[in-house]
Write a new protein. Structure first.
Length: 218
């Protein structure tokens, strides 16, 4: 495990450090002429460079493969994340549309219900007003008919009362005439008490309508 960790750390250092480019012989000659001290490298530096080169030879391809795999995985993760994000946005948009449609539908139903209830109340109010007018008309007609009936009955009673008064006046006149004639006859014939009693009896019978006056003597 320790060797693998050291190899990984070394590979990471190798990955972080760019590999030295191999210079062409033409480019190396001026560089050697310009810096002759590079040729006098110490054995320790040569050993370190050799180790780095060996490490690059041994693990460079594997690290590049790991880098390629990490890059591919990163791209796949980014693509999958973008796809999921787009899918989530799409589903959220669909959900929002469904919610908006549902709210719009419920709003229409609510407005229709309010309109129907308002129309029902208006119809009920109209029917009540019509019923009140009809009842008022019927009551007024009934009162007018009752008033006319009472007026007719009052008129008939007045006529009956007038006829009764006329009849009573006629009877009183007849009685007065009978009494006058009886008085005249009493005085004329000087009848006695028995005749007077008979006369009074006759007057009483006439008042009761049970006796008719005799026809006048010749």
């Amino acid at each position: 495990m320790a060797s693998k960790k050291s190899v990984s750390k070394t590979a990471a250092k190798t990955q972080s450090k760019p590999a030295p480019a191999r210079a062409s012989p033409e480019a190396a000659a001026p560089a050697a002429a310009a810096k002759p001290e590079i040729r006098r490298s110490t054995p320790m530096n040569d050993s370190a460079n050799n180790v780095d080169q060996i490490r690059d030879i041994l693990f460079g391809g594997q690290m590049r493969d790991y880098e390629r795999r990490f890059l591919d995985l990163s791209q796949r993760l980014e693509s999958e994340s973008q796809r999921l994000h787009n899918d989530l946005d799409k589903r959220l948009a669909q959900l929002e549309k469904r919610v908006d449609d549902q709210f719009e539908k419920l709003g229409k139903l609510l407005r229709q219900e309010v309109s129907d209830r308002t129309q029902s109340l208006d119809d009920l109010e109209t029917r009540m007003q019509q019923g009140q007018r009809t009842l008022r008309g019927e009551l007024q007609g009934g009162l007018q008919a009752l008033e006319a009936d009472l007026s007719a009955k009052d008129e008939r009673q007045r006529e009956s009362l007038a006829e009764l008064r006329q009849l009573l006046a006629t009877r009183v006149s007849e009685i007065n005439a009978a009494l006058s004639r009886s008085d005249q006859e009493v005085r004329k014939d000087k009848v006695g008490r028995s005749d007077l009693a008979a006369l009074l009896t006759e007057v009483a019978l006439r008042l009761n309508g049970e006796f008719e006056l005799p026809t006048a003597r010749g």
